[in-house]
Every structure is written in C-alpha cells, then in structure tokens.
Design a protein around this ligand. Structure first.
Ligand SMILES: Nc1ncnc2c1ncn2[C@@H]1O[C@H](COP(=O)(O)OP(=O)(O)OP(=O)(O)O)[C@@H](O)[C@H]1O
Ligand SMILES: [Mg+2]
Length: 424
C-alpha cells in the first residue's frame, strides 16, 4: 500500500529510526483496520438481500470490493452502460423526468437502491475530461442535506449519473398534491435542512457550487423526510443553457429563477440560489404553487399576497388562512419574513444561506424586509404565469459575526421578553 510505504521510510537517527518505523507499522495496521471497518460497516448497512438477489461480493468480488472502497473514500465509481442497464432492470421503472433527462429507479447488486439519471443526448456533450472533473467535484461533495452521487457512466452512446435513492421522492409531490401532505413542524425542519445543504454548497465547499435550479422538485426526502438537495453541480456539467427556455435564456426554472437572469441588471452570483430558495419558502408557507391562474384568467401570485399582508401587519391572518395552526404560526411568520428577504431584487440585499439558516432556526430577531418585486413594474406579472407542465456597490454587510443587516442577535429568552441588543 503506497501510504504505508511512505510511513516506513527510515529517518536518520537510530532510536528515532526504530521508533518511527514502529509508529509507521502501527499506522499502516490502523489504516488497514480502519478501511476494513468502513467497508464492513457499509456491507452491514445494506439490508439482507431477498432470496433471489445474488450478492455481488460473492460472484463479482473484485468489482464490488473496489466499489465499496471507492465509496468509503467518497470517490464516484464509473459504471458501464451494460451495468446501468442491468441495475435499472432495463430501465423498467421511471421516477420522473426533467431538463436533463429521465430518472430511473434501480438497485445495485448488493441491494442498495439507486436513482439513475440518464442525461439527454441533445445536451451539448461536455468533453470527457471536463465531465470527469465535474463528476469528481460533485462526488466528493458530501453533506447530510445533499443527495449523494455514487457514480456515473460515460461513453459515446450515453451518459448517466447514479445517485442514492430517496424513498419519499421530491417535496413538490407533497406541497402541490391534494392527497399527500407533510405536517407543518416537519416542513419547517425540511426548510432548515435544505437551507443547510445550500449553505454548504455556497460557503463550505472548497470550490463554491452554485445550484442554479433550487425548487421543490430538487429537494428529495429520505425515509424519515430528511431533506437532501439534488442536482447540484449539474448546471455546469450539462451546459444548462441549452436545456431550458432558450428565448429568455433562463437558467433554472421559470418562477424560481432570480430576476437578474432576465433583466441582466445584476451579475449572476450564488445569491440567485437564495432567491430561488425564497420562492420555495413561499410555497412551503402557502402549501401551494406560487403562481396559479384564477377563474377569470387572472394571475394569483402568492408571494405578492404575502408582501401585502406583511405591509398591513397581518402576516398572522395570512398564515391562519393557509390552515397553519396557532402553535406553528410564529414559525410560519418567521418563514414568510425570511422568504421576503431572500427574494429581494438586489442580490446583495439577500442574506447568505448561513444567515438564512439562523433566521429560520429562531433565536435571532429578523429585521423588517424592504419591499421586493420592484422589477415587476418593468417586466409585468406575466413572467410568473404557470408554465405548461410544468455590479452593484454593496451597502449590505454579509458578516455574520455581529448583528447583521438581516437580523439582530438575540437569545430565545431575549426574544420572549422582547429584549434587544443596543446598536450604535
Ligand atoms: N435520488 C432520487 N431519489 C428518488 N427520486 C428521485 C431522485 N432523483 C430524482 N427523483 C425523482 O425524479 C423526478 C425527476 O427528476 P429530475 O431531476 O429529472 O427533474 P426535475 O427535478 O423536475 O427537473 P430538473 O431537471 O430541473 O432538475 C423528481 O421530481 C423526483 O421525483
Ligand atoms: Mg431534478
């Protein structure tokens, strides 16, 4: 093992040499044990296979061993087109489709469930090296609130991404359905978890990742409804401009895309994701699509309604009209205020996602947001009509140390007794 060889290089001094060699051997031994431990943990985590499922580490040991090792090292695995075909049982179960291609349900030979996204052929094929580079970045981006990329397939005929499978599908299924719903407390947790996932992409990754397509369909829910943001890194991987509305050159999905894409009045930065997240927050509070066509073909746009109610000091009435119970109202009002901050016209006025997390979690006092949506006076409300089927100088401090532009630091007790920190 190469890392072991490194440890056993003898240093110059005699005693030191013996000690270093000893330490080296112990380190190699420990590293091996640790790796074995991780691998057996991963194997143990997999549910016992059904009788007719062949365990791959029995018949295909070298491949599976390598796969588990790569997984343990958080490296994405390359699969062949034939393997993808077999994992998906010849593409027999479709989970859905979007701008990048169709998503199929599948299973690795060891029983781990997967979601395979077969990328559209029409997408400008990125050069192999660039594809691998992007895959490397996505595959090594690990956070509890991000969908894990297990591997990929890339050849002249097709390319596909192999993700962890999330049992409860995407958030849109629950927000916009009459038959399925999620209780409010859980929705609040989903909002916070999603914000943490995006904050990680923006603020904690070695290389910042801008998502460009935050929306309920890209928020996946595991068996316990823990949210995981999916499809991050795809915009760069697939040259997204060619997959969505090419007339308006929208990046992402209309209704969630920040206005700067259309108006070109501000540079595109990671704050475009903050805007989209704000739109998702409105949909969570409203438990409905933001844009709906009324009976007289009028546009019923929920975010404007939230602003109007906030301006009148009637956010409480708005949340109760959305069926939110008294016990959850404080959180719903908080969520509405955060949403209004996130969708500010000026990207710099939108809080960074780590501030959004704090504001959603409570414990800080959210400042009253300024009026958003001023740009609608120039473009009109029609930009929000439901689709078929679906460098400014900053006056805002993004410092999160002290009291920020968006909130004042306060403890829950301070909040309870309405005690504020003095500002100069
Ligand atoms: N990892 C996954 N586990 C379970 N279901 C998934 C997974 N990934 C995607 N899906 C399902 O497949 C559907 C289609 O996903 P897809 O990403 O292709 O489309 P989208 O999210 O609606 O649009 P976009 O292409 O803009 O992301 C999702 O709405 C979701 O229900
Ligand atoms: Mg998606």
């Amino acid at each position: 093992m190469s890392s072991g060889e490194g440890y056993t290089t003898p240093p110059s001094g005699n005693n030191g040499g013996v000690t270093a060699a000893g330490i080296g051997s112990i380190a190699v031994f420990c590293a091996r044990r640790m790796r074995e431990g991780i691998i057996s943990e991963l194997q143990a985590a997999v549910a016992p296979p059904a009788l007719n499922v062949v365990q791959v580490w029995e018949v295909d040991a070298p491949t599976m061993e390598r796969f588990l090792q790569d997984l343990a090292r958080e490296k994405p695995v390359r699969f062949t087109a034939q393997q993808i075909c077999s994992f998906t049982n010849n593409y027999s179960t479709t989970l859905g489709s979007g701008g990048f291609g169709v998503v199929y349900k599948g299973q690795l030979p060891n029983g781990v469930k997967i979601a395979v996204k077969v990328l559209k052929k029409s997408i400008d094929r990125t050069a192999e090296e660039q594809f691998m580079a992007e895959i490397g970045t996505i595959g090594r981006t690990y956070h509890i609130n991000l969908v894990r990329l297990y591997g990929f397939s890339y050849d002249s005929l097709m390319s596909a991404l192999v993700y962890e499978y999330l049992e409860n599908g995407s958030l849109d299924k629950y927000l916009f359905s009459d038959t399925q719903s999620i209780e409010w407390e859980k929705l609040h947790e989903i909002a916070i978890g999603t914000a943490k996932g995006i904050a990680y992409l923006h603020e904690e990754c070695q290389q910042r990742i801008i998502h460009y397509d935050i929306k309920p369909a890209n928020i996946l829910l595991d068996a316990n409804f823990l949210p995981k943001v999916g499809d991050f890194g795809l915009a760069k991987l697939c040259n997204r401009d060619n997959t969505h509305d090419s007339v308006t050159r929208y990046r992402g999905t209309p209704g969630y895309s920040a206005p700067e894409f259309m108006l070109k009045n501000f540079p595109i930065t990671y704050r475009c994701d903050v805007y989209s997240f704000g739109m998702v927050l409105f949909e969570i509070v409203g438990n409905r699509r933001n844009a709906m066509t009324g009976p007289t073909d009028s546009l019923d746009w929920f975010p404007k309604h939230v602003w109007d109610q906030f301006e009148k000091g009637e956010l409480g009435a708005m949340t109760s009209s959305r069926g939110i119970e008294e016990k959850d109202r404080e959180k719903a009002e908080r969520m509405s205020l955060v949403a209004l901050w996130c969708v500010q016209d000026s990207p710099d006025a939108r809080p960074p996602m780590s501030a959004v997390v704090k504001m959603l979690e409570g414990g800080v006092e959210i400042m009253p947001p300024p009026k958003p949506f001023q740009y609608l006076f120039s473009v009109g409300m029609d930009v929000f009509r439901p689709q078929e089927d679906t460098n400014s100088s900053s006056i805002y401090s993004s410092s999160e140390e002290a009291t920020s532009y968006w909130y004042k630091k306060s403890t829950p007790i301070m909040t309870k007794y309405e005690i504020q920190i003095a500002t100069s």
